[in-house]
Design a protein around this ligand. Structure first.
Ligand code: ZN
Length: 145
């Protein structure tokens, strides 16, 4: 955790949108892509013990929660079992969140569908939820489209 306020030059569009939202509502120290913590969290606010992660809806299997934009592909000719693969990703995410909370962090998951696409929330809504989480007592939240 030593890359203070680094401006991310890589990362997905949802990650960049989430960092932008955090920056609009919080001007303290902000770390990105922190490799020393479970899951290499996208955003860590060390003074707040807050972690925020942007989750791609397909790869993190948001369809299991009724995602408005992502759907599982049909089983292709190779017979590749996406459900099994993506369920493994989801279990890993949940385990990482549990470990982070055990380390004293509060964790917000911001799903891709809240940030981009036809079900995206407006910027003011995202900012308000992020600000409320950073300042509030909740242990974990999920922001979805
Ligand atoms: Zn989603």
């Amino acid at each position: 955790m030593n890359r203070m306020a680094r401006i991310p030059t890589r990362g997905t569009r949802p990650e960049r949108l989430l960092v932008d939202a955090v920056r609009r509502v919080y001007d303290g120290p902000l770390l990105t892509n922190v490799a020393g913590l479970p899951g290499t969290p996208d955003v860590v606010l060390p003074e707040k013990r807050v972690i925020l992660a942007a989750l791609g809806c397909f790869w993190h299997w948001h369809p299991a929660d009724g995602c408005p934009i992502a759907h599982l592909p049909p089983i292709g000719p190779t017979g590749f079992d996406w459900t099994r693969k993506l369920a493994t990703n989801r279990q890993r995410d949940a385990r990482n969140r549990t470990e982070l909370i055990a380390k004293g962090y509060r964790v917000a998951w911001c799903w891709e569908c809240a940030l981009i696409g036809r079900a995206a929330r407006c910027q003011a809504d995202i900012d308000a939820q992020v600000a409320e989480f950073i300042g509030g007592p909740a242990t974990s939240i999920e922001i979805a489209g």
